[in-house]
Structures are given as structure tokens and as C-alpha cells.
Design a protein around this ligand. Structure first.
Ligand code: SF4
Length: 450
């Protein structure tokens, strides 16, 4: 049971110094209680308080970081079963597998695609996160040489090191330096050696059981050896078993606070089928329910892109609209004779509208007004995109200094405020643009100042 904000406040120095990044101790305590700040951000609390509060306010599924501190893949930290209850915290990591017994061409292709298959959507870069490197023959030299090649060719990747041999993993950890890898895997047979390696190196450790029950038992043993950063593999290698295990793990950890299963998972669609389309389908199911990392046999655009979009949809916070900044956005190199369009700051609207303007090749100014992430009609209905507010923003933006005409194109759905807006902006002529973004290019190509 976590502490309340007031209980946490009693343990703070109450000097309101602001060094934690929050202006008062009370506000900081409330944030810690809500899971939005870590107690360790206050430099003045004792280790004892850190441990007490940290333990009590920790999410039921432990947060695990893999990679460099400034570019880490973060998994786990989940607090709910269904996204609408709150939100899902950390997107499933997507890994591609390379092995020491693979041909040079296969490895080169996978590393090349890891670098090249990157997509920009709604201002975010979508890409695979990590590379799983598997030692298939216990050959330390071959394993390290493959790891070093991946480090050279994919400098922003994090790594999952896979070997049955602890000496291979230990050498891999040394080669990784500050790029902390995930070690795979501890089993019943090698748990003590792997636990020692993970403890000595500070790396998270994935464990592999033969069944869900076996994984839970092994996890309990590793906890008993003092390990905190674990990742679970229940050994399931069919979609049904993997699906059932993931649901059971999430339920046991969230609903019943069952500690041995309170960790993110790693799953291997690459080992469940040889059919790339079936592998994509399995991956899609496990992204939704509730894999921490999925390891793919290869990266191909037609599979990766839909998975990245699915991940983006599932892990977007449903309570916080995605927004872009209120500003003037020049598109296609506009000048003083270029048209001026205005729309809301809901990021999907911005990216669709700006994409259509860009596609039209017509140099244009796009004004983005802060509507708190609401779309055009919703913002208008909520009084956040009304004629007086638009007029105020147009004046404040100083767009008039950049153009020689006085024409403002408003979204087609706001046609009803044209007259009111012209009263608010007496020097301007308000033109009603298309309702649908896809009609913007022909509209702009034919546009004439009024
Ligand atoms: S750093 Fe600590 S003492 Fe200072 S305001 Fe934050 S919580 Fe209070």
C-alpha cells in the first residue's frame, strides 16, 4: 500500500527549496504519491526514507532500463490492466535477432534495416529499439566480434546478450561499457552463476522457465539472491501459451500484487513460427497483451511499420491529447504573398494539414493556435477556437509583419464564424477553406488574395 501525499510530506524537510524541480515540498509529496516523481529527486531525504517510500510507491511491475542512461529502452512500470483505467507507461521494446551462426549477408541486412527503417509520425521517430545477439556455439570470440560489429554499425542500439555461457555474457558486458545490456538467460541449471554475474555487473537479468509456474519459482529464487531487475520468459513458444501467460502475469502482478511475477516480460515471436506474416500477427497480439520486449527474426518495413503504429496507438496516454506548439509554421518557403491558414494544435490535425500543404508545393504560412489539443470543431464548441480568441492570436503572432496582404483562411468547419471574425479583424478578409484536409492542395493552387 503506497503512502499518501501528506504522509510523504511528513518525511520531507519542508524547506520548499525547489531543488527537486517542484516549487514546494507539498507539491513534490503529491507528485511522489501519484507516481509522477521519484522520492530520490529530493537530495535531502535519508536512505531509509528513500527505501521506505520507494518500495511502497513502486509500480507493481518493476521498471527496467536497458541501454545508455540518455537513450535507454525502458520497459515495465505498468500499473493497470486496461489502458482506459489510466494509461500504459512504457511501450513494448522491439528487438531484432542476430546470431553468431548467421551468414554475413543476413547479419548485414538486419543491421542495415535496423538503421534505415525509421518513420516520423506526429513528431515522433518510430523505430526498432534493440538488437538481440545470440551466441549459438559458446564461442566467446565470435560472440564479441558480432557484438562489436553491431555496436559499430548501429551506434544508438541497446543490446540483449543471449548465451548459455556466463563467460560469454561477462565478456559482452565488458564490451558494452555504459550501454547496459539485458542478460539472457538464467535457468534452473545456471541461476546461481547468472545471478552473481548480474549482481556484479548491475545488468538486468532475464530468466527463462519451462512454464509460467516454473518462471515464478525461479523469479522468487533470484529475488531471494538479492536481484531486483528481472525480466520474465515463461518459455511459451506458441501464441496461445504466450498470450495466456502474459495475461496471467499482468493479472497476478496488478490485481494480486504477486511479487515473483511483478516484472516485464520478453517474448520470442521469432521462435514461434517461420512464416513472417504469422510472426507479425503473433507480435501484434503480444504488443497488445502485454509483452515488455518482442524479439523479431528480421525487420521488414511491411511488418515493422504496422507494429510501430499499433504500439504508438496503444501506448499513447488517452488522458493527454498530443499537441504541437502554438506558433507560425512556414511551409514550402513562403514569402509576403503566400496564403495564411489557421488551425488548432491537436497534433493529428497539424500533421495532416501541414502534410497536405507540403504536398501541394504551394508556399504557405500555417498558424497553429493553442486549443489545448482539441480538434477544430470540439475546440470551437468548447469556446477555445472562437472568433475573439483567433483574432487575439492573429494579432499577437505578428503574422501581419511577414505578409503584404490581409487574407486569413479558416477551416471549412468554422464557416459560421467568418462574419464574427471579420468584425474582430477589421483589416482582414476571412476566407473559408476546405472542410477536408485532402482538398487543401487544389484549394491552395487556385488561391488568390481577396
Ligand atoms: S528538494 Fe526536498 S526540501 Fe527542497 S522542495 Fe523539494 S522536496 Fe522540499
Amino acid at each position: 500500500m503506497g503512502f499518501t501525499g501528506i504522509e510523504i510530506l511528513k518525511m520531507l524537510p519542508k524547506t520548499n527549496c525547489g531543488e527537486c524541480g517542484v516549487s514546494t515540498c507539498l507539491a513534490f509529496a503529491m507528485k511522489v504519491a501519484a507516481g509522477q516523481a521519484e522520492i530520490g529527486a529530493c537530495p535531502y531525504v535519508s536512505d531509509e526514507v528513500k527505501e521506505k517510500v520507494g518500495e511502497a510507491s513502486a509500480p507493481p511491475i518493476r521498471t527496467i532500463k536497458i541501454g545508455r542512461e540518455d537513450n535507454a529502452l525502458v520497459i515495465g512500470g505498468e500499473t493497470c490492466l486496461y489502458r482506459h483505467e489510466k494509461r500504459f507507461e512504457h511501450p513494448t521494446g522491439i528487438a531484432v535477432l542476430i546470431k553468431t551462426d548467421m551468414g554475413d549477408e543476413d547479419i548485414a541486412g538486419r543491421l542495415k534495416r535496423f538503421n534505415e527503417l525509421r518513420y516520423n509520425r506526429v513528431g515522433l521517430e518510430l523505430k526498432a529499439d534493440t538488437i538481440a545477439i545470440e551466441d549459438t556455439g559458446g564461442d566467446e570470440g565470435a560472440f564479441i566480434s558480432l557484438l562489436e560489429r553491431a555496436q559499430r554499425e548501429c551506434p544508438d542500439a541497446s543490446f540483449i546478450l543471449m548465451s548459455r555461457e556466463s563467460h560469454c555474457l561477462a565478456a559482452g558486458v565488458r564490451a558494452c561499457g555504459d550501454n547496459i545490456p539485458l542478460l539472457y538467460s538464467a535457468t534452473r541449471e545456471n541461476s546461481e552463476t547468472m545471478a552473481r554475474l548480474a549482481r556484479d555487473t548491475g545488468c538486468p537479468l532475464a530468466l527463462r522457465g519451462d512454464t509460467l509456474g516454473d518462471a515464478a519459482e525461479l523469479s522468487g529464487q533470484l529475488q531471494g539472491m538479492g536481484l531486483k531487475d528481472l525480466v520474465l520468459d515463461t518459455g511459451a513458444r506458441t501464441i496461445r501459451a504466450a498470450f495466456e501467460d502474459h495475461v496471467a502475469i499482468r493479472r497476478a502482478s496488478i490485481r494480486h500484487k504477486y511479487k515473483p511475477l511483478g516484472y516485464p516480460t520478453i517474448s520470442f515471436p521469432c521462435e514461434m513460427t517461420k512464416d513472417p506474416m504469422l510472426e507479425a500477427m503473433v507480435s501484434s497480439v503480444l504488443l497488445a497483451k502485454y509483452a515488455g520486449i518482442i524479439v523479431l527474426s528480421d525487420l521488414q518495413g511491411d511488418v515493422l511499420f504496422p507494429l510501430l503504429l499499433e504500439r504508438l496507438n496503444i501506448f499513447t496516454d488517452p488522458q493527454r491529447p498530443m499537441v504541437v506548439e502554438e506558433d507560425i509554421y512556414p511551409i514550402n518557403g513562403p514569402d509576403e504573398n503566400s496564403p495564411v491558414l489557421i488551425t488548432c494544435n491537436f497534433s493529428l490535425t497539424y500533421f495532416i494539414v501541414s502534410g497536405e500543404i507540403e504536398g501541394s508545393k504551394v508556399p504557405s504560412w500555417l498558424l497553429i493556435k493553442d486549443t489545448e489539443g482539441l480538434s477544430v470543431l470540439t475546440a470551437w464548441a468548447a469556446g477555445k477556437f472562437s472568433a475573439d480568441l483567433i483574432a487575439m492570436f492573429v494579432k499577437k503572432s505578428n503574422i501581419a509583419d511577414r505578409i503584404s496582404h490581409r487574407n486569413l483562411i479558416i477551416p471549412g468547419y468554422l464557416a459560421s464564424i467568418k462574419g464574427e471574425l471579420e468584425e474582430e479583424l477589421p483589416d482582414w478578409k476571412v476566407q473559408v477553406g476546405p472542410r477536408e484536409a485532402s482538398h487543401i492542395p487544389p484549394f491552395l493552387r487556385e488561391w488568390q488574395p481577396g
